[in-house]
Write a protein that binds this ligand. Sequence first.
Ligand SMILES: [Zn+2]
Length: 501
Amino acid sequence: MKLSRRSFIASVAAAGLPTKVSAALPRPVAFVNVNVVPMDGPHVLRGQTVLIRDGVVAALGRGIVPPAEAQSIDGHGRLWVSPGLADMHNHCDTRHDMAVMLAKGITTTLNMGEARNSYVGRLRLAIERGDTPGPRAFAALAVDGTSEYGHLILKTAEDVRAALRLASTNRYDFLKVYNNLAPEVFHTLAREAPIAGLPLVGHGVAKVGLARQLAAGQRMVAHAEEFFYTYFPQPPENDPLAAPEPSAIDGAVELIVRHGAFVVADLLTYARIAEQWGQPEAVQRFLESPSAGYVAPSVRAAWPLANYAKRHGSLSRRLEFLHAFVRAMSAAGVPLLSGTDAPDIPGLAPGFALHDHLRYLTRAGLTPFDALATATRNAGGFIAATKPGGVPFGTISTGARADLLLTASNPLEDLRTLETPLGVLAGGRWYDAASLAQLLASVKGIYGQASAPARPLDSARAAGRSHLIGTVNARDVHIDPCLGDPSATRALISMRSPARG
Ligand SMILES: [Zn+2]
């Protein structure tokens, strides 16, 4: 049964998030007389009609006459259509997170570890069927060699095979390697995971190093700053927050280009950590920002427990280095991806963070086209390269997946227009501005009504999820965005189990 737009909004208003949007395939949609930013190059196409049928772009051009049954959206020559956005590194996994992301124009998401089983096995399918609103959702299973970060532990080749079977059965898309894997386990993964249809993505592995990891076939590096920990020369002991020499950048870029690896240029993540490093008032500022209203209360309650604010010194030199590194990768044609690590790190709200991230990329010197490419065409290129055989996305052309944003102005002139889309087409399903606003209002209302956990233990458990168990990061200056601050973890562990302190 199809719900009309009006009844869809009514159902949202009556019952919080809709449980049913449309189980049937949506009817065709036609954007008429719109300007298109196809993202296959830094150019625009004016006065186009884009016809969407069965979830893909069926036709694009001038003078196309939409079929009578199509839902027609007239741009009057003034409105713009660009590809939906992709956040390719986050830890969002609830239906509220998915609703917020969709409302902010995100039509593809990659959860990079520790997602709830209900997200991996159920919520993603519900979104794909159109039963609940959200982006198309991918998931990586995080594996490590010790309990330090709380991930699934693999010690032997048999463990690797068991993990690959489980990951396949549960329809994970990627295997995410983590810091403490033993070299022989990493190499077994590198050989066998791709054969099992599970390409390797993830961190630098301390005892392997990114140079050997990329040579062994790891397809994506989960954070640009991973190169600090397992590629660039380490800082001197008396200056642990020093940045590498800029002259080291060329070698790293050459390595990445040689292996055709994708890199998540998560400048915003590192910048947010730098902002709160030794600055407790920064966390307070994040909590008071409007976007914090779209962060689950349990996660929000845990933000002040992160210990970045109690650190000493400044990350400014490392942040500056990362800007130069990202700029150099972009100039060399490295396919950079956008990722935010939302929502566990204070200051990173689902959906909202991606827009902040795009701005940071332009601040680092990328053109708006190159910045937007990290969240559109490069994400499509990454999935096409690692999970071949699917419907292409990330650019607008005939046959591409119908993940599109309608905006008031040209995003290549001002990326901020993407923050408030006039409508989102996700897998061919159309959400107009009123529906998107209603999604945001519903989540904010639900979060507002929910009382934040009163006991610190509850918020710690909620925020840390399985990250909580383990010992403290031995590498003093390794900031692990996927984990949160190690000293916060220590505090949480001692609260939870003083005996293990
Ligand atoms: Zn992460």
